[in-house]
Design a protein around this ligand. Structure first.
Ligand SMILES: [Zn+2]
Length: 499
């Protein structure tokens, strides 16, 4: 086969796959946001048919041969095509190397585990779920062996989500996080707590909606390229840089919940909206990795959105919309309230300071489950012990403990660390940005565009062309270093709590 011919064929398949994925993505979005409840069955049928066609397009001997051929000629390909081939090879690896009967069996176990988990969580009954979880771990360990026999099984799953971040890197990272944050959290527990009760007054949802659109404007998000929907759990989905959908949720008594959901998802959207034009409809159009995407959402949410400068910037709008609720509240009081740090049981509700310890606990447990030093039967007691040791909280039941996240029931292991790495990437990137620009001054003036431009030039435009480790080097001129994150948290929260 001629190389040019092979490239053309590869690109044509990608274009077709992109079309199917685009159509399916819009349907998923519709199910989540707009479709009536009874539409689910019909959508299920259509999605099943479309995904089967898409699966057959990429999982077939001819395509395997094509990807192998291009992999052999990787050095002759331009950077974008080379990365597209690499990502495709990664995607089809499971179908090529895992025996079909085992794959099918595992999918069935996954579906059952997921259903049982929902039930077990409601009943707070871990024993119901445990045998399914044990089987899943066993399968995933075996699958890792099929796909990358040279690698440790847990390292394999970690790198599925964040390439380059194996246990030897993460052990160092989490050790630093633990060493810096556990004593700080225990010290804060002895300080007087911040009063954030005014955030729980009644904030009419109609006014909160108005505030959401104002926040998107402040962030410089173009309403012609990005819309805001409403779902129970906020998320972002991007179909192209001209079609990004973010969602939020409204609770009358939780002003900060919507506010920071919009800013967080707006951060994800800003990434998607600013990838290079040449990546449109390429499989590389999204963010570099889960962690890198999360670095941008958390950068906007915590580093920008929870800064005093940002609060001062949006405060006139807040008091215009909610004059009675915020009577007597100053920007400084608001700043303290949205930065209140308090150990809690539920990861998704955790504050900026304690969040990474929730992740650390999951990381330690996953690692031990995969290396055989912890059994699924022992999991809840270890979970509870670590929550007490690191966060000082007593876990009352499994619903508020080991059963709280859906990830494990879906066989998603090795994903949690990317949530924490996102914050750490963000802190390192911002430390380097500060050398080139006065971030606080720009935020005070409402000039977030200068910040977006910098991030576009150093991160966004690359999409998935560069991997997370490379992006850190491009942005910061050095390797990933957890120090920036721990220093940032220590400084910020020592000030807030007068330590
Ligand atoms: Zn996110």
């Amino acid at each position: 086969m001629e190389l040019n011919e092979a490239i053309a064929k590869f690109k044509a398949t990608n274009k077709l796959l992109h079309a199917y994925n685009h159509a399916m993505g819009v349907m998923y979005y519709d199910i989540e946001t707009a479709a009536p409840k009874n539409a689910a069955a019909g959508f299920g049928e259509t999605l099943g048919t479309l995904s089967e066609v898409a699966y057959k397009l990429s999982v077939n001997e001819e395509n395997f041969a094509l990807v192998d051929f291009l992999t052999e000629h990787a050095l002759e390909l331009d950077e974008i095509t080379r990365r597209e081939v690499e990502e495709t090879a990664k995607e089809i690896r499971q179908a090529r190397r895992v025996p079909v009967d085992e794959y099918v069996e595992c999918r069935k176990i996954q579906a059952t585990a997921s259903a049982v988990w929902h039930d077990a969580k409601v009943k707070s009954d871990y024993a119901m779920f445990e045998p399914h979880l044990a089987k899943l771990v066993e399968y995933l360990r075996r699958f890792a062996g099929y796909m990358a026999p040279e690698k440790d099984a847990y390292d394999f799953w970690l790198e599925e989500h964040e390439e380059g971040f194996t246990t030897d890197v993460l052990d160092v990272y989490f050790a630093k996080v633990k060493e810096a944050l556990v004593p700080l959290i225990h010290a804060i527990a002895k300080r007087p707590q911040i009063d954030d009760s005014f955030l729980q007054k009644a904030y009419p949802i109609e006014k909160q909606r108005e505030f959401s659109h104002y926040l998107m404007e402040v962030m410089g998000i173009n309403g012609d390229d990005c819309t805001l929907g409403e779902t129970e759990h906020p998320f972002t989905t991007g179909f192209s840089k001209h079609d990004v959908r973010i969602t939020t949720h409204y609770h009358e008594n939780m002003l900060a919940s919507n506010m920071y959901s919009v800013i967080h998802e707006g951060g994800h959207a800003t990434y998607e909206l600013n990838t290079a034009d040449e990546l449109i409809s390429s499989p590389l159009a999204g963010g570099a990795s889960c962690g890198m995407h999360e670095s941008q959402s958390r950068f906007y949410e915590n580093i920008i959105g929870r800064s005093l400068e940002f609060i001062k910037l949006v405060f006139p709008k807040l008091t215009e919309l909610f004059p009675e609720q915020l009577a007597g509240v100053t920007p400084e009081m608001f700043y303290l309230a949205v930065n209140k740090a308090e150990p809690s049981l539920i990861r998704t509700e955790a504050d900026e300071l304690t969040y990474s310890l929730h992740v650390l606990i999951r990381y330690e447990l996953e690692k031990r489950l995969f290396n055989g030093t912890l059994s699924t039967k022992e999991l809840p007691s270890e979970w509870n012990r670590l929550y007490k040791e690191y966060l000082g909280v007593d876990v009352p039941d499994d619903k508020h403990g080991v059963l709280q996240d859906s990830h494990w029931s879906g066989g998603m292991f090795g994903y949690f660390p990317s949530y924490s790495l996102g914050s750490a990437y963000g802190a390192q990137i911002v430390a380097h940005m500060r050398k080139e620009m006065d971030i606080d001054g720009l935020v005070s003036k409402g000039n977030l565009k200068a910040i977006v431009d910098w991030l576009t030039e150093h991160i966004y435009k690359y999409g998935m062309v560069k991997k997370p480790k490379e992006l850190i080097r491009i942005c910061c001129g050095e390797d990933f270093d957890a120090r920036y994150y721990t220093e940032y948290l220590i400084e910020k929260f020592s000030n807030i709590y007068g330590l």
